[in-house]
Design a protein around this ligand. Structure first.
Ligand SMILES: Cc1ncc(COP(=O)(O)OP(=O)(O)O)c(N)n1
Ligand SMILES: Cc1nc(C(=O)O)sc1CCOP(=O)(O)O
Ligand SMILES: [Mg+2]
Length: 207
């Protein structure tokens, strides 16, 4: 499967009271990857929500990724996204198998991406590119780094951090395969607007 297009990421606060309806609206508009990102320690709720997302993703033929938690990903037979402090890639690959999608946060550092590629990552994520409501303190990353990454790496490249329909086009022009978005997708007034935004993000990959 080609990893290219919109990478929707959930946010438990932003989606409170409308979690499944907003996620389904995004899937309706087209989502390449969906990440379940919940930073709480409520394990029962995390399992319940992740299972519901897996069922929804199966209906829409979308791949589900769990943030931070390789064990939960293994339990549901889905992929995982690991940051630099979320545990090493090699054991996660051994746990999840060759077919699993495993992503790695590389901030603005090409060396981290080269290391992740060696350790079996399926995609590398760079960011943040813009001001982010969701994670304002994340380290920043430049468009120039994308050019270097594109010429050196043979993996799908994901961009994250403050991405909206207004600022995303240059990222795609600089070789990004996946646009990872929370607020710019789900910070919408209605499900119809979420679907419209998802479609519009995907259009960026067609020109
Ligand atoms: C696609 C994608 N890219 C980067 C991140 C950030 O991961 P991390 O640095 O581990 O930070 P948290 O998201 O865990 O707060 C991500 N989740 N997804
Ligand atoms: C979870 C996350 N990681 C980032 C990084 O730079 O590593 S930025 C970020 C938040 C993405 O949400 P939004 O689209 O609302 O800015
Ligand atoms: Mg993490």
């Amino acid at each position: 499967m080609k990893l290219r297009g919109l990478y929707a990421i959930t946010d438990s606060q932003l989606l409170a009271g409308k979690f499944l309806s907003y996620v389904e609206a995004a899937l309706e508009g087209g989502v390449t990857l969906l990440q379940y990102r919940d930073k709480s320690s409520d394990e029962a709720r995390r399992l319940r929500e992740a299972q519901a997302l897996r069922d929804l993703c199966e209906r829409y033929k979308t791949r589900l990724i769990i943030n931070d938690d390789a064990e939960l990903a293994a339990r549901l037979n889905v992929g995982v996204h690991l940051g630099q402090t979320d545990g090493p890639l090699t054991p996660a690959r051994a746990l999840l198998g060759r077919q699993a999608i495993i992503g790695s946060t590389c901030h603005g550092q090409l060396e981290l991406a080269e290391q992740a590629a060696k350790e079996g990552a399926s995609y590398v994520a760079f960011g943040r590119f813009f001001n982010s409501n969701t994670k304002p303190g994340a380290p920043t990353c430049s468009l120039e780094l994308l050019d270097q990454a594109r010429s050196k790496l043979h993996l799908p490249i994901c961009a994250i951090g403050g991405i909206t329909l207004e600022n995303a086009a240059p990222l795609v022009a600089h070789g990004v395969d996946l646009l990872a978005v929370v607020h710019g997708l789900f910070g919408a007034e209605s499900t119809a607007e979420v679907t419209r935004r998802a479609r519009a993000f995907n259009e960026l990959f067609k020109s």
